[in-house]
Design a protein around this ligand. Structure first.
Ligand SMILES: [Zn+2]
Length: 71
């Protein structure tokens, strides 16, 4: 099973564990989480907050669509 995500930039690196290192940018509320890859690339993930777009759009999904947590 491959739970690792490839780096979208170079396609060689894999997604590293978030929040293991870099105590500076562990949790960034109301912002896109930076996904660090083993290759050294950092790609911003999908925006957590999807507001200020449509008034009729209600937030139905509370859970993150892209949850990668190494159990
Ligand atoms: Zn890369």
């Amino acid at each position: 099973m491959e739970t690792e995500r490839r780096c979208p930039v170079c396609g060689r690196g894999v997604l590293r564990d978030l929040g293991t290192e870099d105590p500076g940018l562990m949790q960034v509320p109301e912002s896109r989480p930076l996904e660090s890859y083993t290759c050294g690339h950092e790609v911003a993930g999908p925006p957590l907050a999807s507001t200020s777009r449509s008034d009729d759009l209600e937030v139905e999904r509370r859970e993150a669509p892209d949850t990668v947590e190494p159990a």
